[in-house]
Design a protein around this ligand. Structure first.
Ligand code: GLU
Length: 484
């Protein structure tokens, strides 16, 4: 029987979770779920200068926000390892890498390189951009190397690449990929600081953690060659690989900060929903067999399969993302939408009626105007009386000859209300009555009414807004306008 599916997402905690990283995590997660397998979160933190705990917490927070929960890996709160194949932080596995490094040294598959950084720099400078570091004329035996290190010298450990051979992988996304050994020279597996490098740790961990499939970004293809050589040298079984398409900006260049927001955190802060982000990134390099664009989390899981992963670059289209977000947002049950919107309103100290009927009505009216949660803030703000303020552009309206007549007639309409709220139709009717009573029409009618409700001469659709403001608050606004 085939071994159970085990996949991993292996971020380096050196910044925010990028949308590309989130996509890798999502595909791995979906693949594991589809096959009843395990999704593992491994932390690749051997680059000690760039890795930070803060970034790790952020990335973990973003993965949780996206709902991409892992079966094994680090615990989201304590960051301690959880699972049978730990530890899951590379910085806690150094003795394991050392053991395998020693094995390669003893078997003559790797060697100590005592050349200094300056010497290596000089070699690089003398050659062209793609120069490979040549093997030194004489290589110390492992035993001699260890003695020199014990005596205080410093050396990196390099893996021997003999060259001449082509490695062929049956990539799950791109089909047959030929990786000639000659693409790389002897590469470092252990730095002179004693820290192992990514390619070495990654290969060992994938093997020891029994990873069956590796889905990751296309730019790792040349690493795959190095890792494959390590697998073979150590007698490990090679997992299946799938190299995902590049994510491009609209100008067809690789997506970068230049193109705008690229981290999950930024999109969260812009008011995007996690289900919309998952939907959107899923479509960057994969397509639904039914041709669907809008996919709920359930539909995504149901329809996902790796045979529809596409190797060509996928363009990140902000407009499409916004449309998907609006579609997901509008599909949320009101109770859920309110729960998500509430923190945005609380942050701005926007206080609103909380009864269910009101919330229901308000969301029914406003959700059609919202593409992101952030959009809710300015839509809801005018309802809270404390934000009512007569704006500069409204002052001129107050001075118009007929404005007072309009206010008096409007007051009569509001005072005559027998319910707490007017409906949109009742508001239209009230406006007509004001028109007759005050004998004004056009902007001399509408603008003073607008100012008496929102303090501004322009903006906000009053037919939408008025039904959400209490009679009491409408009168209070009018008082302020008349008392200016
Ligand atoms: N730590 C690597 C990265 O963040 C992981 C690459 C891999 O999946 O092997 O790009």
């Amino acid at each position: 029987m085939a071994s159970p599916v085990r996949v991993r997402f292996a971020p380096s905690p050196t910044g925010y979770l990028h949308v590309g990283g989130a996509r890798t995590a999502l595909y791995n997660y979906l693949f594991a779920k589809k096959h009843g397998g395990h999704f593992i979160l491994r932390i690749e933190d051997t680059d000690q200068e760039r890795s930070t705990e803060e970034s790790l917490h952020m990335q973990i927070g973003d993965l949780q926000w996206l709902g991409l929960n892992w079966d094994e890996g680090v615990d989201p709160q304590t960051l301690k390892s959880k699972g049978d194949y730990g530890p899951y932080r590379q910085s806690e596995r150094l003795d394991i890498y050392k053991k395998y490094c020693d094995q390669l040294l003893d078997e003559g598959r790797a060697y100590f390189d005592f050349r200094t950084d300056e010497e290596l720099e000089a070699i690089k400078k003398a050659g062209d951009k793609f120069v490979r570091i040549p093997r030194p004329d004489s290589i110390p035996t492992a035993e001699d190397g260890r003695k020199r290190i014990a005596a205080g010298e410093r050396a990196a450990v390099r893996f021997k690449v003999d060259g001449g051979k082509d490695h062929v992988i049956e990539d799950l996304v791109r089909g047959e990929v030929r990786l000639p050994e000659d693409m790389v020279g002897d590469f470092v597996i252990l730095r002179s600081s004693g820290m192992p490098v990514y390619n070495f740790c990654c290969a060992i961990d994938d093997a020891l953690m029994k990873i069956t499939h590796v889905f990751r970004a296309e730019e790792h293809l040349s690493n795959t060659l190095r890792q494959k050589m390590i697998y073979e040298a150590l007698g490990f079984e090679t997992p299946r690989f799938g190299h995902l398409s590049l994510i491009l900006g609209k100008d067809k260049q690789k997506l970068s900060k230049r193109h705008g927001a690229t981290s999950c955190h930024q999109y969260k802060e812009l008011g995007y929903l996690p289900e919309a982000l998952n939907n959107f990134i899923a479509l960057l390099g994969w397509s639904s067999p039914k041709g669907d664009e809008y996919l709920t989390p359930e539909a995504l899981l149901e329809q996902f399969s790796i045979d529809r992963l596409n190797p060509s670059g996928a363009v990140f289209d902000d407009e499409k993302f916004k449309w998907l977000n609006a579609t997901h947002l509008r599909a949320l049950p009101h109770q859920e939408l309110w729960k998500r919107l509430k923190p945005w309103l609380d942050r701005e100290n926007i206080v609103l009626p909380e009864d269910e009927a009101w919330v229901d009505r308000a969301l029914e009216i406003f959700k059609t105007k919202m593409e992101t949660l952030a959009d809710g803030v300015e839509l809801f703000r005018p309802i809270d009386m404390k934000f009512f303020k007569i704006e500069e552009d409204a002052k001129e309206v107050l001075d118009w000859e007929d404005s007072n007549k309009v206010f008096t007639a409007w007051r009569e309409q509001v005072q005559g209300m027998t319910t707490d709220y007017m409906t949109g139709d009742e508001f239209a009717e009230a406006q007509n009555k004001v028109k007759d009573a005050a004998g004004v029409k056009g902007k001399h009618l509408f603008m003073p009414i607008r100012v008496a409700i929102i303090g501004k001469a322009h903006g906000a659709d009053l037919k939408m807004l008025v039904p959400l403001i209490t009679k009491e608050s409408l009168l209070e606004r009018l008082d302020k306008v008349e008392a200016r």
